[in-house]
Write a new protein. Structure first.
Length: 389
């Protein structure tokens, strides 16, 4: 954000292709098509050059390839993008470089070793479930055996930092199954686990099937148990619960994603990618043809909007309360000129009585039960005269 970062750049690269669209997906992605890929890669390279020219060979602090399915990029595409990034920016030894992969396109040892050679040092594999029936329901292009095989292939190739993504709150899923999934995941011994509650994205086939009553999610109380007991289990296995949906072994917290939650600046490349730099935010077109056209004109960031002081304060609260380090009350005062505890005295007292928040060392943190209802808590906060008024 917005606080004049002195550290290196945080770069996000959006790869907008997938093998097929999953039934619950709300991200901008489309089925892989070689002709479209041949338009996308040069456009992305133009965007890299556009920003590189404005950042004078800046060091990259974190680089994150997301999507979409970055592991669908064929070697020639990967090579062109990486070369362009290496030419435009500095890859320092301490840089964190994450690459998202789907199991079915992360089995080839040569491809995985190529990623390591390019500087990728963190692989994030979208497993989502270890039940073939559930994976089919979700429209995932792989089964559980393939997910395990991708994990072992990544280890074999030399990845020392692997994250696995899972979903809970799925139709037909029971608490016992979720805990069994986590037990199986922990047995693999990944460095990082992301566990997302299923979000119903409007317009997706899964949301329609749940909306019509054809499929039923677990009752709310059972979903709450999945969140709380799943988190307790992972903590008992040595994973630090550092953000609502994220768990890491000591030393393996995602630095890139932590940057978002700490409100740091980031530059997003590729269609639909969002950037926030020096208090200004812009989004690239959510359309490949418009993105390619923009890359030819070179007008990235032209429609950037300045974030208001009020928006900055709200984001600071919203993002920091997602994390288990919580809201720094002095930093809040410095930014807003307000006293958070005074403005929210009644609410904070009620939340403390119900063990939904804790205050210690000048920070307000949501407890596990608090994280579970964070949306409700955030909606009730009073920002008083928080800047902008
Ligand atoms: S792989 Fe990920 S981005 Fe692609 S369709 Fe599935 S959920 Fe969406």
């Amino acid at each position: 954000m917005s606080r004049g970062d002195k550290t290196g750049l945080r770069l996000y690269v959006h790869v907008p292709f997938c093998r097929a669209k999953c039934a619950y997906c709300g991200f901008f992605s489309q089925p892989m098509d070689m002709a479209l890929l041949e338009d996308f890669v040069p456009a992305l390279c133009r965007e890299i050059r556009f920003h590189a020219a404005r950042h004078a060979k800046a060091a990259i602090e974190t680089l994150y390839f997301g999507g979409g399915t970055p592991s669908l990029l064929p070697p020639w595409a990967l090579s062109r993008i990486m070369k362009e990034l290496h030419q435009g920016f500095r890859f320092d030894p301490g840089m964190e470089c994450t690459f998202e992969a789907n199991p079915d396109s992360a089995l080839d040892g040569a491809y995985l070793r190529q990623l390591l050679d390019y500087g990728v040092n963190r692989l994030s594999i979208g497993v989502q479930s270890l039940s073939d029936e559930t994976l089919f329901l979700l429209g995932r292009p792989h089964d559980a055996a393939t997910a395990r095989a991708a994990y072992f292939a990544a280890r074999q190739a030399g990845f020392a930092n692997i994250g696995l993504d899972f979903l809970w709150g799925l139709p037909g899923q029971r608490l016992s199954q979720w805990l069994a999934t986590l037990t199986a995941a922990v047995r693999l011994s990944p460095e990082h686990l992301s566990c997302y509650g299923l979000t119903l994205e409007p317009g997706t086939p899964l949301a329609a099937r749940i909306g019509s009553g054809e499929l039923v999610q677990p009752p709310e109380a059972e979903q709450a148990e999945m969140f709380v007991r799943g988190g307790q289990f992972l903590e008992s296995e040595g994973y630090l619960h550092y953000e609502i949906s994220n768990f890491a072994r000591m030393g393996y917290v995602s630095r890139h994603n932590s940057g978002y939650w700490e409100g740091r600046d980031y530059l997003g490349l590729g269609p639909s990618a969002v950037s926030t730099m020096a208090g200004r935010r812009w989004e690239n077109p959510r359309d490949l043809a418009r993105y390619v056209a923009l890359s030819k004109k070179g007008g990235f960031g032209a429609g950037a909007k300045a974030l208001t002081p009020d928006e900055l304060v709200r984001e600071m609260v919203m993002l920091s309360l997602r994390t288990t380090t919580g809201l720094d009350l002095a930093a809040y005062r410095a930014r807003s000129g307000r006293d958070f505890l005074k403005d929210n005295a009644g609410l904070v007292q009620a939340l403390r009585q119900n063990e939904l928040v804790r205050i210690s060392s000048g920070r307000l943190r949501l407890t596990k039960n608090g994280l579970l209802v964070s949306n409700v808590i955030l909606a009730r906060l009073d920002y008083g005269m928080a800047a902008g008024e």
